[in-house]
Ligand binder design. Structure first.
Ligand code: ADP
Ligand code: ASP
Ligand code: MG
Length: 454
């Protein structure tokens, strides 16, 4: 069995879905489990619906819902024409939209958007897309069983950033999938991103979480491969939307890919790699717009060569300087500082310390106020919001002294607020001013990939 995950752009419209169906058809001998994202931009729209509801703006919520309804109904009509399953598909879509409407009304009545209800709202994208695509697959001659991911992707109750409960997933998933295939179907379809607590309450795995779903399913059924189908020719030397002349990477290790994802490359959800590593399952990143391209294979660390593979970045990060001249016992002080971050569930990316100073970077600024007010009781805190972080990633890059020397020299006209050589030895990161990011990114990329470094 293989898992094939199709992201938002691979299922954006009827044309993209038809392409996706042909890609699935080419893998029928491998018993595909198809994991789909919401249609492109639908999850963003669902977030906007939940904000509108929270602000009691029913007209705006209704407007967005109506646009989504039209988009999904038109798509179903386009793909299913006057086939027998059109009526059934439209009825299922209607049921999902009716529930969405009720959820929005409940939020406005209560005047409160709880994470539990928000998860139910934003999970609708994958439920809707999987209904339409499931029927379209069957109508195209691929007998497909639709499975509700909430029956087997089991998580804790952090509704919006839920953590999978691996033993439960391993216990439930094979039974669900085996029983689907034993009912003589050619393929199974389910939702990415969507999960549930063991009590059956809907949760989601965080933005971009469909990759993670695919990998969890792959792990649970010991799939022979996990294919992540997206809109670029695999993992590239940098984000092609921001950097010119990027090139595709044929093979990259699980560790390098995880490092890239953690340090900003959107191509894979940062946690995707972990479940695949547990079972040593090869992961491929492929292009649904160009299925002939061999994309990227993600392999074991030992199977890749040393050297720079990619540059990733986080554009808007927070840089924080924490200063305390009274720091008598540095380890006790660090403990107090990190306790504050832990209590506020804020994760720190880069850190460097000196006798009286701690500098660190944070990706998600949403809990900054609480963190700063707690920190200001034990230290002086300065926060900078106009910074970016750029990371050079590749096996053992830290050991390439001349690379670091080159990077530091080439940054001579740029303020560098922090340099960090990751403990993993696969990552060198720099914190610079945000307004310098594009120029430095391109300069690094040109030097490292076009002039062929060393
Ligand atoms: P999907 O909807 O298929 O999950 P995403 O938008 O989440 O797709 O991820 C694919 C996008 O990731 C690409 O379109 C590309 O712009 C971006 N990206 C960022 N960094 C990289 C990289 N190093 N290699 C490839 N793509 C990257
Ligand atoms: N639809 C979800 C999102 O946009 C999950 C995903 O596409 O991976 O974040
Ligand atoms: Mg994605």
């Amino acid at each position: 069995m293989i898992v094939m995950k199709f992201g938002g752009t691979s299922v954006a419209n009827a044309e993209a879905i038809k392409r996706t169906i042909e890609i699935v058809r080419s893998r029928l001998d491998k018993k595909p489990i198809v994991v789909v994202s919401a249609l492109a931009k639908v999850t963003d729209a669902l977030y906007n619906i939940s904000y509108a509801a929270e602000n009691c703006n029913l007209t705006e919520a209704a407007d967005i819902i109506e646009k989504l309804r039209i988009r999904h109904f038109e798509l179903a009509n386009e793909l299913l024409g006057d086939s027998a399953s059109l009526k059934e598909t439209l009825a299922k879509l209607k049921a999902e939209f009716d529930e969405l409407q009720k959820l929005v009304e409940a939020v406005t009545v209560l005047g409160e958007l709880t994470p539990r209800i928000k998860a139910r709202i934003i999970s609708k994208g994958e439920l809707l897309s999987s209904i339409v695509i499931g029927h379209a697959l069957t109508e195209s001659g691929i007998a497909t069983r639709w499975l509700d991911a909430r029956r087997f992707i089991i998580t804790n109750n952090e509704y919006l950033q839920a953590e999978p409960i691996i033993p439960e997933i391993e216990h439930r998933t094979p039974a669900e999938i085996d029983s689907a295939f034993s009912s003589s179907c050619d393929a199974v379809i389910t939702q990415g991103f969507v999960a549930a607590t063991s009590e059956g309450e809907t949760t989601v795995l965080g933005r971009g979480g469909s990759d993670y779903s695919a990998s969890l399913i792959g792990m649970a059924i010991s799939a022979s491969a996990i294919e992540i189908w997206t809109d670029v020719d695999g993992v590239k030397s940098a984000d092609p939307r921001r950097v010119a002349n990027t090139r595709s990477i044929n093979r990259i290790s699980f560790e390098e890919a995880a490092e890239m994802a953690h340090f900003g490359a959107k191509v894979l959800h940062p946690l995707t790699i972990e479940p695949a590593v547990m079972k040593d399952i090869p992961v491929f990143v492929l292009n649904s717009l160009n299925p002939e391209n061999s994309g990227t294979e993600i392999v074991n660390y030992d199977a890749v060569e040393d050297g720079v593979k990619s540059i990733s970045f986080k554009e808007g990060i927070v840089l924080m300087n924490i200063f305390s001249p009274r720091m008598i016992n540095i380890s006790g002080f660090l403990m107090k500082v990190f306790d504050i971050f832990a209590k506020n569930k804020v994760s720190v990316d880069l850190i460097s310390t000196s006798e009286a100073n701690i500098s660190l970077t944070i990706d998600d600024a949403s809990s900054m106020e609480a963190v700063c007010s707690a920190l200001s009781e034990i230290a002086e805190v300065r926060v900078f919001n106009d910074k970016s972080q750029l990371s050079i990633i590749g096996k053992n890059v830290v050991k390439q002294r001349s690379l670091i020397n080159w990077a530091v020299t080439s940054l001579k006209n740029t303020n560098v607020y922090m340099i960090s050589q990751a403990a993993s030895s696969d990552n060198i990161s720099f914190v610079i001013d945000r307004n310098r990011l594009d120029e430095v990114l391109q300069e690094f990329h040109t030097y490292l990939f076009e002039y062929k470094w060393l």
